[in-house]
Design a protein around this ligand. Structure first.
Ligand SMILES: *[C@@H]1O[C@H](CO)[C@@H](O)[C@H](O)[C@H]1NC(C)=O
Ligand SMILES: *[C@@H]1O[C@H](CO)[C@@H](O)[C@H](O)[C@H]1NC(C)=O
Ligand SMILES: *[C@@H]1O[C@H](CO)[C@@H](O)[C@H](O)[C@H]1NC(C)=O
Ligand SMILES: *[C@@H]1O[C@H](CO)[C@@H](O)[C@H](O)[C@H]1NC(C)=O
Ligand SMILES: *[C@@H]1O[C@H](CO)[C@@H](O)[C@H](O)[C@H]1NC(C)=O
Length: 353
């Protein structure tokens, strides 16, 4: 009985499927017949308008970052090729822009700082921020508005680090350690007594003398910080707040580019090793106490061979640490050409922390 029932059901289903298939064919033919004229009209239209679609991507800077201006459409290496993109700061072009870039700090105080005109379909809103989450207010204002993120975080849609390493070309093979006459420097503009870095320093200074530059400390003379800082064997690349991937010019420029050994306080050693060789820096976490770190620095000061080991990587690589706004914005062009068709960041603050 059971098996007979099953056979009956199978036959019934088969008939239904055949019937549906026939119906679909009839409907499809009818649809094509009715729409034939439309198809013909469309192709006639494209034939008359011979011009190819304008594929140039228009990228609008909604605000200049912190108000600082720089030349647009004049990208430095390695972003010199921005063919197919046009950058502008002209807000009247908003409705035809393919992407609008918002620098967080300059738009985060009110939704009124964002475009008020209707948002064109297919336009990408790019959120740009190099400040750490601790210094990025009102992230919730950006919820469900942003399509692409651009930040120092490696998992941004547009990864925009403060610096990076490049393989040496012949000219750059001959790195020599700058002449050293001093031991440890630290340049700090934001002296927050309760921050991890200042508390660490308060303990460390009992065992090690550090030259501190910046507001309320030694003035950094002239425009060329490199001239001052490169005389130091070590530089304290202490970040103002601790977040994954938050590694700033304090490492890339002040230490690596100027030829000082970085002593880093920031994310974990593992995090740093994603970006720089493990033998290129000293991490405060390598030592149980600030006193132990001080002892190690003083020991290296007496051991030239051991000190020089921190530069062996320079025979293979060199740092790019003098990034500027242009470099960051110039990344948008390529990224836009490769962007997913559709993407929205619903809760920015859940990711950016
Ligand atoms: C294509 O669009 C860009 C930016 O909108 C504009 O500058 C350029 O003149 C356009 N090119 C043509 C051939 O219309
Ligand atoms: C520049 O980019 C365009 C389009 O993305 C590409 O066709 C061209 O080959 C690139 N030129 C160079 C020199 O990389
Ligand atoms: C901005 O673009 C509009 C429309 O193309 C143009 O009329 C205006 O002159 C531009 N403004 C500036 C400052 O370039
Ligand atoms: C680097 O060294 C090579 C030989 O070792 C020499 O030919 C070249 O001129 C040097 N380059 C610089 C910039 O000093
Ligand atoms: C960008 O995000 C907005 C807001 O969620 C959305 O309406 C739009 O379709 C998205 N655009 C693209 C190109 O992903």
């Amino acid at each position: 009985m059971e098996s007979q029932g099953k056979t009956l059901t199978f036959q019934k289903c088969f008939k239904i499927v055949i019937a549906q298939f026939c119906l679909a064919i009839i409907l499809f033919s009818y649809y094509n017949y009715v729409n034939r004229s439309v198809f013909i009209d469309k192709s006639a239209y494209t034939n008359i308008n011979q011009e190819p679609a304008n594929t140039t991507k228009l990228i609008l800077l909604w605000v200049w970052p912190f108000g600082s201006k720089f030349p647009l459409n004049d990208c430095p290496p390695p972003y010199t090729n921005i063919s197919g993109c046009l950058y502008t700061d002209n807000k009247t072009l908003y409705s035809s822009a393919d992407a609008v870039v918002f620098h967080h700090r300059d738009v985060c105080y009110s939704r009124k700082q964002l475009p008020q005109a209707p948002r064109p379909p297919n336009q990408y809103w790019v959120w740009f921020n190099l400040e750490s989450p601790s210094h990025s207010a009102n992230l919730h204002l950006m919820d469900n508005l942003i399509n692409l993120t651009m930040s120092y975080r490696a998992d941004s849609d547009i990864f925009s680090p403060y610096g990076w390493l490049e393989p040496n070309q012949q000219q750059e093979d001959n790195f020599t350690i700058p002449p050293k006459t001093k031991l440890v420097a630290w340049a700090v503009s934001n002296w927050n007594p309760s921050s991890k870095r200042v508390r660490y320093y308060q303990e460390l200074k009992k065992y090690l003398s550090v030259d501190i530059y910046g507001r309320q400390h030694l003035p950094l003379p002239g425009d060329d910080n490199g001239k001052t800082l490169s005389k130091y064997k070590f530089y304290f690349s202490f970040e103002n707040s601790i977040h994954e991937d938050y590694i700033t010019e304090k490492l890339w420029l002040n230490a690596l580019t100027y030829g000082c050994v970085p002593v880093v306080l920031g994310p974990s050693r593992k995090s740093y090793e994603r970006f720089i060789p493990k033998d290129s820096f000293i991490h405060v976490d390598d030592f149980p106490t600030p006193e132990e770190l001080a002892k190690y620095i003083l020991k290296l000061d007496k051991d030239e061979d051991a000190y020089q080991q921190y530069f062996t990587w320079r025979s293979r690589l060199h740092p790019i640490g003098n990034t500027n706004w242009q470099t960051h914005y110039c990344r948008v062009c390529k990224a836009l050409k490769e962007a997913p068709m559709h993407k929205t960041i619903s809760k920015l603050g859940e990711w950016y922390k």
